[in-house]
Design a protein around this ligand. Sequence first.
Ligand SMILES: *Cc1c(COP(=O)(O)O)cnc(C)c1O
Length: 230
Amino acid sequence: MSIVENIKDVMINIAKAQSQRKNSENEKVTLVAVTKNHGVPAIKEALDAGILAIGENRVQEARMKFQEIGNCVQWHLIGHLQTNKVKQAIPLFDLIHSVDSENLALEINRIAEKHKKRQKVLLQLNISGETSKFGINPTQLPKMGRFISELEYVELAGLMTIAPNFEQIESTRPLFREMYQLYMELKTMNLQNTNINYLSMGMTNDYRVAIEEGANLIRVGTGIFGQREY
Ligand SMILES: *Cc1c(COP(=O)(O)O)cnc(C)c1O
């Protein structure tokens, strides 16, 4: 199937999953097309098919593509961000999904100030506790939320997680449900300087379940572009 057809399929699945929601039924879902390891022609096809946001894992790769594509689309950084890459990341990305330490938040604040930009970020949570995964422990969420809310040039916009690669997709459901609860708790903290609107969870295998449980930002790569070649 072509990229355009794949996107149509994903859109249909999104609508179906939205109709199964128990919470936040009418809330819109933004599809982030994950373009890592795919070239500019594939990205352009996705843009022609109506994609409004693309997700990249690595700053360097995104930079090269940005030179050709520019800011006709939202750029999301979904991969881990090292502090020494923040300098390059700030001018590039509309939303950074992967903030997972005070140090990283401080560095984003420092560089964003130089660009006179309020950088929108999500806090990445390690909801499964897998040691292979980045992200803060959910128990640290209130403290991290307060910490970021005090940074003038960082705008906390919500939460992100990556679910484990379970054989049974349904096994992700309790984790996504817990994420939604944490997201609602963060909203009700009413932290100054924040704008909590995004719950980023769900990839090709599990985005349907994630949406049913309240995701409003999903990150789909393989389901749009096919298998990646590394
Ligand atoms: C690669 C990646 C995705 C997309 O994964 P697919 O299974 O190809 O849809 C989503 N989120 C993150 C953080 C990723 O690194």
